[in-house]
Design a protein around this ligand. Structure first.
Ligand code: BTX
Length: 321
């Protein structure tokens, strides 16, 4: 409502200082009882407010939301996130992004949800996406590249997210080729890149990003392999702030990519990569290869050297260390 909006503006102007109930009621033109009711409403929505006799009310923290407004407020990008579709609950943000891309959505369009009931991983796996704790989002890009180069964008997204996590939390993540971001050996980010393309040209790349942010714990089957930023950092993180940082980093890298190609991204990616130089196992649809990861090609393809010294070029696989 209008009163509510004014009340939030007052608190925002007060920058954490107290405002007396009397003053609020005058400025909003409503009774002290009505003021109190509005405060109660805000509390129910997750605002933390302190009330002290004679001093009045002050705001301690705003709720951790990922609505379009929260993301837009203070966002400094010019392409990514200029259009934001926010939903409380979806099956999968990927599905919606595909639909929007088909309908001609602008490059940089972002789909975000609080909860996914059917979050998707690669190869028909599921992605655990509970309400209000993570970042579940899909970004539409329209790079002028052939489809075989699209995996480079997974690596670009991984670097952007790693940089953003580092900037916001101070934690230094590792990247496991191609699409996992780990902290202390556990997965806290998954990336799913999907295409709408002709054989020679990409129409859109849909980058799905799942980031475990404020989870306190995970279900039994994920406990050993998954973690969240809050668990690793020991404190909660504002999700909207992290989304803004991801978009900012990604826009910078995406511009570099369009101008100079994959090489600058590759160098940054190698700085975060853990598997390179180590013995790993690559599980593919049609078998398993064990060997030493020698690096990635300029296209983003993994080079794996087996015991006979033969180099295998791996386009898609699950890697275990
Ligand atoms: P992936 O196939 O590499 O990883 C999926 C595997 O990771 C699962 O089989 C499970 O073992 C594990 N896993 C599932 N949920 C989680 C979780 N929350 N944290 C850590 N590990 C987990 C990775 O696929 C790609 C995931 C992309 C998710 C985003 S969310 C927004 C967008 N919408 C959508 O439906 N998917 C993407």
């Amino acid at each position: 409502s209008d009163t509510r909006k004014k009340l939030l503006e007052l608190f925002s102007e007060a920058k954490g200082d107290f405002i007396s109930g009397q003053k609020i009621s005058e400025l909003l033109g409503c009774s002290r009882t009505a003021v109190w009711k509005h405060i109660e409403e805000l509390r129910k929505e997750g605002f933390e407010l302190e009330a002290v006799r004679r001093l009045g009310y002050r705001i301690i923290s705003t709720p951790d939301k990922v609505t379009a407004n929260e993301i837009r407020l203070g966002l400094k990008t010019t392409i990514l996130g200029q259009v934001i579709h926010y939903e409380e609950e979806v099956a999968s943000t990927q599905k919606i992004a595909h639909q929007l891309a088909q309908e001609g959505a602008k490059e940089g369009t972002l789909v975000v949800a609080e909860l996914q009931t059917a979050g998707r991983g690669r190869m028909d796996r599921t992605w655990f996406s509970p309400k209000g704790t993570g970042i579940w989002m899909s970004l539409i890009l329209r790079p002028p590249i052939p489809p075989q180069k699209a995996p480079q964008l997974t690596l670009l997204a991984a670097v952007s997210i790693a940089q953003a996590i580092q900037e916001v939390t101070g934690l230094v993540p590792d990247i496991k080729w191609p699409n996992d971001i780990l902290i202390h050996g556990k997965k806290c980010v998954g990336i799913l890149t999907e295409l709408q393309a002709d054989p020679d040209r990409v129409h859109s790349v849909i980058i799905g990003m799942g980031i475990n942010v404020n989870h306190n714990q995970f279900p039994e089957d994920l406990r050993e392999v998954a973690t969240s930023l809050a668990i690793e950092k020991g404190e909660k993180i504002k999700r909207a702030r992290l989304i803004q940082e991801v978009l900012t980093k990604m826009e910078t890298l995406y511009r570099q990519y369009l101008q100079h190609g994959f090489l600058p991204i590759k160098l940054l990616w190698e700085g975060y990569a853990i598997s390179i130089g180590n013995e790993i196992t690559a599980r593919m649809l049609h078998g398993t290869i064990r060997g030493v990861a020698r690096g990635i090609t300029d296209e983003g393809v993994l080079m794996l050297e087996d015991a006979n010294g033969v180099i295998h070029y791996i386009h898609s696989a699950d890697i275990s260390l």
